[in-house]
Structure formats: structure tokens, C-alpha cells
Design a protein around this ligand. Structure first.
Ligand SMILES: Cc1cc2nc3c(=O)[nH]c(=O)nc-3n(C[C@H](O)[C@H](O)[C@H](O)COP(=O)(O)O)c2cc1C
Length: 457
């Protein structure tokens, strides 16, 4: 295995490079599923086309999110959600057979899984793919998802990262415990506050030793957890100044965690709307937005906060004068996430829309434009901008959500990638065969004593 890793240091050193990942979104209005050119959100063909295009563009990773329960609204699946999201590990295992190099990242939560089972499934993906698997660790803590598992609200909010830490450490010990390709595997026993495990691992180490660990969660506890455990953070901070600030924060946390300043890479969520010229890109953006927020989505978006049926309102008219039903908008129903603040929010939004002369649809478009994660412009201007990120080390890459499936990466791969390569900030080949090699990550060899000492809960 070739290594291009950076030495452990208290001082952060930019790699001068950026990598791309692709985040295939299954369930919200960011991807346009209803245009004539759209594919299906469940057909393997959509996944295959995007993954192979990403691989042609030397992307480091293909990501799948996890949504264990559809959001509900007034007793029905929410109209903003696209019903249909295949299981990530099943889909990634199939993709492993039609790709050669790209990393395969499964988002899996620590709250509703079991460490011995998940470690085995991820190790299987890692073996099947020749060392290309990664786990995007999320905590997914809400009573509404928990109801799927007869565990509604069972995990105290304050406990979820403690639980996650014990989970991840146990999974690591399971992966660590197969000492040579021929075995034997050590038995792993963990008696903890949250669960007890007594397991003899069933699989040897993979070509990259064990799956790469991503993390997505932005609270201070989430960031500290990432600083201790993650190889890469899937962040929500793509804009330049915010990204620089986030890097600074993460470097402090990973130095404090004893892992040095360069241990955790950062790939923010992002969207790219590109064209040969700035004017064409702006025009394309207006078209993309009009498709992302159609009349039905605009009304459904407001219904989350109003907690009542609003289908009699004209999407091209003013915001509803009727007040929200406060008790209908609660987190456990998977709706607006604003609870008792719904009335206050409605007053504020009505005033704002009136002030700016916006219809329902225009207002919702302005609220959901993903302005903070969108890079819009000509291929050359966006490449110059990204080169600046690489120069200062604001991020290690971007996790791109295509707004159209399966063709949404074509202009990135055909035009942006060559511009970045010309600027010397993007790979010109895969560095090796494993995801760990593509990302330049160290092989995480630990002794049995180190592994046992690391378990906290
Ligand atoms: C960029 C990003 C992507 C995420 N993707 C998922 C996902 O696919 N599935 C999921 O259940 N949670 C996802 N999460 C949510 C996290 O698991 C976590 O529950 C949430 O951010 C709250 O944790 P926090 O308080 O540490 O931010 C994501 C979070 C971020 C920041």
C-alpha cells in the first residue's frame, strides 16, 4: 500500500489539494426528480451512472445518506420527501462490482444499530470492495425515528455521543482483533453502560486494514467526537470564511484530543451550478431553483411550520393569513422543528414576504436556496475560487450533491476537474487502490492494549 500521509504535528499544514466526493441524495428537494431528464431515485442505473461518472472524474468517494423513517405530516408521508431510499450497504456492495477505485461511504447511525453486527457488515463491504469502504457515523437521535425500533425517545440527548463513542471503539476493536491474514481473531468483550458485547470477529482485516471513518454532526459534542474518532468530517461549512473558521476550530479540538493538527480531514456538503460563462451559470441557477421548488413543494414546505393543510392557498399568492397549529408542529412528528415558535415564525415570515413583495413560492425558494452550499459561476472562476481553498487548507475537499441524477456530475467532471488539474490542486490519478490511500490516511495499527484502553463507556 503506497502511503502519502502527513506527519503528526501541532501545526496545521495545508495539503494544497482538494478531493471530491459525491453525495447521492434520496429524499429531499435538493435533487430534481421530476424533470424529463431525471432518473429514478431507486433504480440501480441511476446509482451506477453517477458512481461511474464520479470515478471518471477521480472522485475519492461516493456517499449515501441514511433516513430510517420518512418524515410525516398530518398523518401522511411528507410531500417534500421522495419516497424511496434503498439500503446504503446493499447499494454500495452492488456498486463495488461496477467500479474499481472510488470509495464507498455508508451513513449508519450509532443509536439504532448494534456494534458487532454493523462492524461485520462494514467489514464485509470493505472486503468485497477491495478496501474502499467507509462509515459515515451519525447519531440520529429523535423519538420519531426511534418509533421504527420500538425505542421512541429512548436515548437521552446528552448521552448520544457517549453511546456513539463506545459503539465506535467497540467496532474498532472488532476490526483490530484479527491479527494476521490467517487469524487467529481475538475475542472482544465489552461491558458498558449502554450495551454488552462478547464477540469473536468473523472477518480478517481488509486491504485498507479497516473501513475509513467519516462523521457528520455539528454540535460541540459532535465536533469533539470527530476530533477523537474520525478520519474525515462531512461538514456543513462550505463557504470560504466559515470553512476557514471551522478548520481552525477542528484543528484546536484534534490537537486537544492528542491526534495532532492534521489528523481530521474536512469535506463540506456543497452544490455546483456551472456553465461556460457567469451569465449562463446565473440563468441555469434560476432554472434549477424553479425546478427544486415547484408549487407543490412550496406549499408543503410551509405546511411543515403551519401544521395544517394549506393546499387551498395559491403558491403564487401571499403567505397564508391563517395562524399555525402550534401543537401539530413538533419534532417527533418529523415536521417543522419549531414547536411553540411556529406562531412567532409565521408572523416574521409574513412580514418579511410582504416587505420584499414575495409570493409563497418565491419566499420558499429564498428560504431553501441552499445559498450557503452553492458554488455558481463559470468553470474557470469556480476553479480559481476552489484553488484558494486548497492554498489555505480551508477544506480537504467537497462532498457534492448533484441537483440532477444521473447527469448532474457531467459538467463537473468534463470541465471543472480539468481546470483544477491545470491549477495543480486536484489529483491526476488515483493514488492507490484503497480509499485510505486516495485520502492519504495513515493505516491505524493499534496494539491489543491500546485498543482495550481506548474504550470509555
Ligand atoms: C452534513 C451532514 C450530513 C448528515 N447526514 C445524515 C444522514 O444522512 N442521516 C442521518 O440520520 N443524520 C445525518 N446527519 C445528522 C447527524 O447525525 C446528527 O444527528 C445531527 O447533525 C445532530 O447532531 P449534532 O447535534 O452533533 O449536530 C448529518 C449531519 C450533517 C452535518
Amino acid at each position: 500500500m503506497t502511503q502519502h500521509t502527513r506527519a503528526k504535528s501541532e501545526v496545521f499544514t495545508p495539503s494544497g489539494q482538494i478531493q471530491f466526493g459525491v453525495f447521492f441524495q434520496g429524499v429531499n428537494s435538493g435533487t430534481i426528480w421530476k424533470a424529463p431528464e431525471s432518473g429514478s431515485q431507486t433504480d440501480f442505473e441511476s446509482f451506477r451512472r453517477i458512481a461511474q461518472t464520479a470515478e471518471r472524474g477521480l472522485f475519492a468517494a461516493f456517499f449515501l445518506g441514511e433516513g430510517l423513517r420518512l418524515r410525516e405530516h398530518l398523518g401522511r408521508p411528507h410531500a417534500l420527501d421522495v419516497v424511496g431510499r434503498p439500503d446504503a450497504q446493499t447499494m454500495l456492495a452492488a456498486l463495488a462490482s461496477v467500479t474499481t477505485n472510488i470509495g464507498l461511504v455508508a451513513t449508519q447511525n450509532t443509536t439504532y444499530n448494534d456494534p458487532a453486527d454493523l462492524a461485520h457488515r462494514l467489514a464485509s463491504l470493505d472486503l468485497v470492495s477491495g478496501g474502499r469502504a467507509a462509515w459515515n457515523i451519525v447519531t440520529t437521535d429523535n423519538a420519531w425515528t426511534g418509533a421504527n425500533f420500538r425505542r421512541g425517545g429512548y436515548l437521552d440527548h446528552a448521552d448520544r455521543y457517549k453511546h456513539a463513542e463506545a459503539f465506535v471503539e467497540t467496532a474498532k476493536r472488532i476490526w483490530d482483533s484479527w491479527e494476521t491474514p490467517d487469524g487467529p481473531a481475538r475475542r472482544v468483550v465489552h461491558h458498558g453502560q449502554h450495551y454488552t458485547v462478547d464477540v469473536t470477529p468473523r472477518l480478517p482485516r481488509s486491504a485498507q486494514y479497516r473501513p475509513v471513518l467519516f462523521q457528520a454532526g455539528d454540535s460541540p459534542e459532535g465536533r469533539n467526537f470527530a476530533a477523537r474518532q474520525a478520519d474525515v468530517i462531512f461538514s456543513a461549512h462550505p463557504k470560504f470564511d466559515d470553512a476557514v473558521e471551522f478548520r481552525k476550530d477542528l484543528v484546536e479540538r484534534s490537537v486537544a484530543a492528542g491526534r495532532g493538527a492534521n489528523a481530521v480531514q474536512i469535506m463540506p456538503a456543497s452544490e455546483f451550478i456551472l456553465a461556460p460563462t457567469a451569465a449562463e451559470a446565473a440563468e441555469k441557477k434560476a432554472w434549477v431553483r424553479s425546478l427544486q421548488i415547484g408549487p407543490q413543494q412550496a406549499i408543503a414546505y410551509l405546511e411543515q411550520f403551519w401544521g395544517r393543510e394549506l393546499s387551498s392557498y395559491d403558491p403564487d399568492g401571499p403567505l397564508p393569513e391563517i395562524d399555525p397549529v402550534v401543537e401539530e408542529t413538533s419534532e417527533t412528528r418529523g415536521s417543522g422543528f419549531h414547536g411553540a415558535k411556529a406562531r412567532q415564525l409565521a408572523d416574521q415570515w409574513r412580514a418579511e414576504a410582504k416587505d420584499k413583495g414575495l409570493s409563497i413560492r418565491q419566499f420558499v425558494t429564498s428560504k431553501t436556496a441552499r445559498i450557503d452550499s452553492t458554488f455558481t459561476g463559470s468553470y474557470t472562476a469556480v476553479a480559481d475560487h476552489l484553488a484558494e481553498y486548497a492554498r489555505v487548507g480551508a477544506v480537504d475537499g467537497f462532498n457534492i450533491s448533484p441537483w440532477l441524477i444521473p447527469t448532474g456530475l457531467d459538467d463537473i467532471v468534463n470541465h471543472l476537474v480539468p481546470e483544477l488539474q491545470e491549477r495543480g490542486v486536484y489529483p491526476t490519478d488515483y493514488r492507490g487502490s484503497t480509499l485510505r490511500e486516495h485520502l492519504g490516511l495513515e493505516t491505524p495499527v493499534r496494539t491489543a492494549d491500546e485498543a482495550a484502553a481506548a474504550v470509555r463507556a
